[in-house]
Write a protein that binds this ligand. Structure first.
Ligand SMILES: *Cc1c(COP(=O)(O)O)cnc(C)c1O
Length: 403
C-alpha cells in the first residue's frame, strides 16, 4: 500500500488534489475505482501474512480497498492527522468511535446541541450497554468541567451546531479532556478541513459525515474518523473488520474526487452564506439570523479564529409572527414559496437546501425540549449552495415579502 511520492511540505490545497495511493501499472491520472470485493493472492504464504497484517496488503473488501485507502490518505492529509479510516456513513463513524473507545462503566460528556442521531446513539443506544453520557451546554466550558468524573473517557463536541450554528471552543475542551485523562472528539461536518482543523487545536479524533461537504454534490453516503495511527490503525481498523461499517469503494471514489474541489466550494458557498445572512438580517420579516460570520453572533470572534475567518455555509433565521402557530405558518409560507431551492434535509450540497427544523430534524422532541434547544416554529435553515446569490435571495423574498 504505497503512498504516491510527493515532496514534503506541500500545501493542503495541493494535497487535496494529489494525496493518494500510487497509481496502478497503467498510470491513470485520476485515481482508479477498484470495484472488487476480494483480492487474489500470489500464494498461501503471502495470504497468511496479509491476514495477520492487514496493513501490508489487500485481502477482502470489508477490511480494506485501495480506493478507500486513497480517500483515507487524502482526508488525513487535509485534516493534518497521521491517519484516517472510512465508514459507511457519518453515524457509522461515530458508532465505530464508540465501539473502539468505550466499555460498560465508562462516562461520556457530550454537547446537548449535537446532531440528533448522535444524541440518540449516546443517550439511548449506548446507555443500554452501561455507558453513561452527561449532556452539557455547547458554549459554557465550565459545565463540561463540572461534568468530569474519574471514569470520563470521552468528550464529544460538534461545531458549529445544526441548525443554530453555536460554536464551542475546541482548544479549551481539548485542554479539559487531557487534564482529565480523556480524549476529545470533534464532529467537523459543518466546516470541513477546508475551514477548520480540530487537530491543530488539540482535538484527538475528528468525525466526518462524507455525505455532506466532502462529497459536496449530494450523491453518496460516507463517513470517516481522522486521528493518530495508534487509534486509527490499532483500534478502529479492527472494529471495521469485525463490525462491518465499511465504506464502499464506489462511495469512497466519489468522495475522494469531491475532496479535490472542497476548498473552492467551501470558499464560494461561505461567501454566498455571509451575503445571504447580511441580507436576511436587514429584512423586515426576519426576527433573528444565526450565522457565525455575523458580528451579531454570540461566538463571532471565536468562530473567526477557529474557522479560518469564515462562517461556513449554513445560515438559519427566525421569521416574525405573533405566536408559535403564526410563526410556523409564516415559515412554511417562505419555504413553500421557493421555486429554485430544494426542500430537503441534507446540507453541504452545491444545490441550496431549505429546511424547517422544528418539524423535521427536531420534530420528535416535545415543544418544551424544542424551546430549551432554541428551535422555534419560525426557524428556517438554509444550507447555502452555489447558485447565483441574486436568485437565492429572490427565491426567499417571494415568501418573506408577503408576510
Ligand atoms: C449528517 C451529519 C451526521 C451523520 O452523517 P450521515 O452520513 O448522515 O450518517 C453527523 N454529524 C453531523 C454534524 C451531520 O450533519
Amino acid at each position: 500500500m504505497k503512498q504516491k511520492k510527493l515532496p514534503p511540505g506541500l500545501h493542503r490545497d495541493t494535497l487535496a488534489v494529489r494525496a493518494a495511493l500510487e497509481p496502478s501499472q497503467y498510470g491513470e491520472n485520476s485515481e482508479a475505482l477498484f470495484l472488487t470485493s476480494g483480492f487474489v493472492q500470489p500464494d498461501s504464504e503471502t495470504m497468511a501474512h496479509r491476514f495477520a497484517n492487514p496493513q501490508e496488503g489487500y485481502t477482502y473488501g470489508r477490511t480494506s480497498n485501495p480506493t478507500v485507502t486513497s480517500f483515507e490518505q487524502r482526508l488525513a492529509a487535509m485534516e493534518g492527522t497521521e491517519a484516517a479510516i472510512g465508514a459507511s456513513t457519518g453515524m457509522g463513524a461515530i458508532l465505530m468511535l464508540c465501539l473502539g473507545l468505550l466499555k460498560s462503566g465508562d462516562h461520556v460528556i457530550c454537547s446537548r446541541s449535537v446532531f440528533g442521531s448522535t444524541l440518540n446513539l449516546f443517550g439511548k443506544e449506548f446507555a443500554k450497554f452501561g455507558v453513561e453520557t452527561s449532556f452539557v451546554s455547547q458554549t459554557d466550558v465550565s459545565e463540561w468541567k463540572r461534568a468530569i468524573r474519574p471514569n470520563t473517557k470521552l468528550l464529544f463536541a460538534e461545531t458549529p451546531t445544526n441548525p443554530l450554528t453555536d460554536v464551542c471552543d475546541i482548544q479549551a475542551l481539548a485542554d479539559l479532556a487531557h487534564n482529565a485523562g480523556a480524549l476529545l472528539t470533534v464532529d467537523n461536518c459543518f466546516c470541513s478541513p477546508a475551514l477548520q482543523r480540530p487537530a491543530e487545536l488539540g482535538a484527538d479524533l475528528i468525525i466526518h459525515s462524507g455525505t455532506k461537504h466532502l462529497d459536496g454534490q449530494g450523491r453518496v453516503m460516507a463517513g470517516a474518523i481522522c486521528g493518530p495511527s495508534k487509534y486509527i490503525v490499532d483500534v478502529f481498523a479492527s472494529i471495521v473488520r469485525t463490525a462491518g461499517m465499511t465504506l464502499s469503494p464506489f462511495n469512497a471514489w466519489v468522495v475522494l474526487k469531491g475532496l479535490e474541489t472542497l476548498g473552492i466550494r467551501m470558499q464560494a458557498q461561505s461567501a454566498n452564506a455571509l451575503a445571504l445572512a447580511q441580507w436576511l438580517e436587514a429584512h423586515p420579516s426576519v426576527a433573528r439570523v444565526y450565522y457565525p460570520g455575523l458580528a451579531s453572533h454570540a461566538q463571532h470572534e471565536l468562530a473567526m479564529r477557529q474557522q479560518s475567518g469564515s462562517g461556513a455555509a449554513v445560515v438559519s433565521f427566525d421569521v416574525k409572527g405573533a405566536n408559535p402557530e403564526e410563526r410556523r405558518r409564516n415559515a412554511f409560507q417562505v419555504i413553500d414559496s421557493t421555486e429554485v431551492l430544494s426542500i430537503a434535509t441534507n446540507l453541504g450540497d452545491v444545490k441550496t437546501i431549505v429546511t424547517h427544523p422544528a418539524t423535521t430534524s427536531h420534530g420528535r422532541l416535545t415543544e418544551e425540549q424544542r424551546q430549551a434547544a432554541g428551535i422555534g416554529q419560525g426557524l428556517i435553515r438554509v444550507a447555502v449552495g452555489l447558485e447565483h446569490l441574486g436568485d437565492v435571495k429572490a427565491d426567499l423574498a417571494r415568501g418573506l415579502d408577503r408576510l
